[in-house]
Design a protein around this ligand. Structure first.
Ligand SMILES: Nc1nc2c(ncn2[C@@H]2O[C@H](COP(=O)(O)OP(=O)(O)OP(=O)(O)O)[C@@H](O)[C@H]2O)c(=O)[nH]1
Ligand SMILES: [Mg+2]
Length: 320
C-alpha cells in the first residue's frame, strides 16, 4: 500500500510520515500535497495566539478535551518560530499534553524553524492541510503572537483567538496593530488575577469603534484556563463565529482567500529557493555582496537590476 493509501485508511503513522515529508521538503512533498488537496476543506481551523505565557497552551489543552467530549477529531499544531529546535516551552507543552496524546482522536505536533528552510508559515499551512485531509474536524494552531509568522499563520485559519492576560494591560495600546486586526475573539486569561476585568474593559472600549464600523461582534471572554473556567463560553463564541462565517457569501470569500494564500505562499517560497539555487548564476550574490561592501553600488539598484533581467529572460553579466 502506498503512503497516501495508508494515510487514507486513517493510519496515524502515515500522517506523521507525511508531516515529516512536509517539514523536510523532500522531492515527493509537492506530489503528496497535490494528492491530499481534494480532501481538504472540511476542518474548522482555529488559531490561538497571544503574548508569551498568556496561557495559550493551557487553553488549547482544555479546548481539546471539550471538542473530544463532543466526539470531534482534533489536531493540534504548536508553532515556535523562535526555537531552532523543539525547545523548552514546547517540551513543557508536550508533557502537559501527554494525557491527551494517548487519545485516539487527537494528533499533536510541534513545529519549529528546523527543517522548514525559512518557510515556517508555509510548512505550518501545509501541515494544517494534511490534518484536514486526514479527517480532523478541529485543528488548533498555537503560535506566540509576536511576528510575521504568526500573522501569516492566522491568515490560514478560519477563526483566530487572541489570548491576553491581566499583565497585558499596559501593552494593549501598544499591541501590534496586526494582532488586533487578525483577532476574531479575545480571551483575557488568568482572570483569577487582579486587573483582568480592567483589561477586558479597555479592550472593549478599543473594539467598540471597530465593531460599529465592521458590524462584527469581536467578543471578549474572561477565562481561567487552569481552573477550567470560561472555556465553555470561549468555545461557544468560537462556534458562533464559525457559523457566522459560513453564512452568505462569507464562506466562499474566505475559502477563495485561502486558495489565493496557498498559491501565493507556495510561489513565494518556491521562487525564492529556485532563484537562489538555480536561477541566479553561481556565486553572484556573494560577489555582489563583496562589491557593495567595498562601496560599489547598493542593494536596491542591484535587486531592481536582477528583477529587470529576470523579466527580460536572462541575467546579464554584472560587474564584479
Ligand atoms: N493564575 C493562572 N495561571 C494560568 C492560567 N492559565 C494558565 N496559567 C499558567 O500560566 C503559565 C503559562 O501557561 P501556558 O499555557 O504555558 O502559556 P503559553 O501562552 O502557552 O506560553 P508560551 O507557549 O510559552 O508562550 C503556566 O504556568 C500556566 O499554568 C490561569 O487561568 N490563571
Ligand atoms: Mg505554549
Amino acid at each position: 500500500m502506498s503512503l497516501i493509501e495508508k494515510f487514507y485508511t486513517g493510519d496515524t503513522g502515515a500522517l506523521a510520515r507525511i508531516i515529516s515529508h512536509i517539514e523536510n521538503r523532500g522531492p515527493e512533498t509537492d506530489k503528496i500535497l497535490a494528492a491530499l488537496y481534494p480532501r481538504t476543506g472540511g476542518a474548522h481551523i482555529i488559531g490561538i495566539t497571544g503574548p508569551p505565557g498568556a496561557g495559550k497552551s493551557t487553553v488549547v489543552d482544555k479546548l481539546c478535551y471539550l471538542y473530544l467530549n463532543r466526539g470531534r477529531k482534533v489536531g493540534v499544531i504548536a508553532v515556535d518560530p523562535s526555537s531552532p529546535f523543539t525547545g523548552g516551552a514546547l517540551l513543557g507543552d508536550r508533557i502537559r499534553m501527554q494525557d491527551l496524546a494517548v487519545h485516539r482522536d487527537i494528533f499533536i505536533r510541534s513545529m519549529a524553524t528546523r527543517g522548514s528552510t525559512g518557510g515556517l508559515a508555509l510548512a505550518t499551512t501545509e501541515v494544517i492541510r494534511a490534518l484536514d485531509a486526514f479527517g480532523k474536524d478541529i485543528i488548533l494552531v498555537e503560535t506566540v503572537g509576536v511576528g510575521q509568522v504568526e500573522l501569516d499563520v492566522a491568515e490560514a485559519c478560519d477563526t483566530t483567538v487572541v489570548i491576553l492576560m491581566p499583565e497585558s494591560g499596559d501593552s494593549i495600546q501598544a499591541m501590534k496593530a496586526g494582532l488586533m486586526e487578525i483577532a476574531d475573539i479575545f480571551a483575557v486569561n488568568k482572570a483569577d488575577r487582579d486587573g483582568a476585568q480592567r483589561v477586558a474593559s479597555e479592550l472593549n472600549m478599543i473594539l467598540d469603534v471597530k465593531r460599529e464600523k465592521c458590524k462584527r461582534q469581536l467578543p471578549v471572554v474572561l477565562t481561567q484556563a487552569v481552573n477550567n473556567i470560561g472555556l465553555d463560553e470561549l468555545l461557544s463564541k468560537i462556534d458562533q463565529e464559525y457559523e457566522h462565517m459560513k453564512t452568505g457569501d462569507n464562506f466562499l470569500k474566505h475559502r477563495k482567500k485561502m486558495i489565493r494564500y496557498d498559491i501565493l505562499k507556495t510561489i513565494e517560497h518556491r521562487f525564492r529557493i529556485r532563484l537562489i539555487n538555480e536561477i541566479l548564476p553561481h556565486n553572484i550574490l556573494e560577489r555582489q555582496v563583496e562589491r557593495i561592501f567595498a562601496g560599489q553600488g547598493n542593494p536596491y539598484d542591484l535587486a531592481q537590476k536582477l528583477i529587470d533581467d529576470l523579466k527580460a529572460g536572462q541575467i546579464r553579466q554584472l560587474p564584479d
